[in-house]
Design a binder for this molecule. Structure first.
Ligand code: DGL
Length: 285
């Protein structure tokens, strides 16, 4: 049985930027009494165009910073980092429950798809590594068509989530996926946590019949199960205690305060935000 002080610790949540706030929104909704410590590695974003080795090194540094501040579990709310670094994180922090977003995203896709043809939009690094392809086909026989949509990350970080430019970019990435009308995908996975706010433009390009899923909700469910199984849930009963949020960024506090609320669906209080330097840490992959 874990002690009371451990159960009262926050849950660490980490992404390269504001994208993971879409996951944090779902975690808060499911576990409203928990505290969360969110880290956006905004100084080194984007992760999605970097090699797996670099992303793994960044992720180890990020989780070390969260652990140094005291967390009882970590959610890697970044598909790119989940794909590149989960085994290394679990090995390095072997006492700490760590979950990623790829498995939960694959579960959501498999639950939604009838035809077995699933499309994935993700970063270049996630697509190149084939993590979604493996996770989905590990759950069922399926055809997986994955496309790297790197520009979506820049648009999202800029807060450009709707309008003609976003729609044109969405068409460019998505329309080719649906070119083969005889066996077009019936499900589209948003395999990057930066993408959900662009849903309107993505929906326009994909068409009304496609089921669009992301990993936020299934990740929240997986975290709840994990914390329950490890006796790590906060002791306050549901609804009796509003959980607190704290935010760490590695650069661009103003930009984070401005764009973050769009992703979190809630205001971000300046006094809860701190800038930290991950380069000061000497973790090597
Ligand atoms: N939000 C991250 C993901 O889910 C990637 C964004 C980036 O390229 O840094 O993959």
């Amino acid at each position: 049985m874990t002690d009371r002080a451990t159960r009262a610790l926050p849950i660490g949540v980490f992404d390269s930027g504001v994208g993971g706030l879409t996951v944090l929104a779902a975690l808060r909704a499911r576990l409203p009494e928990e505290d969360f410590l969110y880290l956006g590695d905004t100084a080194r974003l984007p992760y999605g165009t970097k090699t797996a080795g670099t992303v793994e090194r960044y992720a180890l540094q990020a989780v070390e910073a969260l652990v140094a501040r005291g967390v009882k579990a970590v959610v890697v709310a970044c598909n790119t980092a989940s794909a590149a670094a989960l085994p290394a994180l679990r090995q390095r922090f072997d006492d700490l429950p760590v979950i990623g977003v790829i498995e939960p995203g694959a579960v959501a896709a498999v639950q939604a798809s009838r035809s077995g043809h699933i499309a994935v939009l993700a970063t270049e690094s996630t697509v190149r590594g084939g993590a979604y392809q493996r996770a989905i086909t590990g759950l069922r026989q399926a055809r997986v068509s994955a496309v790297a949509a790197s520009l979506f990350v820049a648009l999202a970080e800029e807060g450009w989530v709707r309008g003609p430019i976003v729609e044109a970019v969405a068409r460019r990435y998505i329309e080719p996926l649906f070119g083969d009308t005889a066996y077009a995908p019936d499900t589209l996975v948003l395999g990057c946590t930066h993408f959900p706010p662009l849903l309107g433009a993505i929906r326009l390009a994909a068409g009304a019949d496609v089921v669009i899923v992301d990993s936020a909700e299934t990740t929240a469910r997986a975290l709840q199960e994990l914390l329950t199984g490890k006796h790590l849930l906060h002791e306050a009963s549901m609804g009796t205690r509003p959980g607190q949020l704290r935010f760490l960024v590695t650069d661009g506090e103003e930009r984070f305060l401005h764009t973050g609320p769009l992703f979190l669906n809630a205001p971000i209080d300046n006094s809860r935000l701190e800038r930290i330097d991950l380069n000061a840490r000497s973790v090597s992959a």
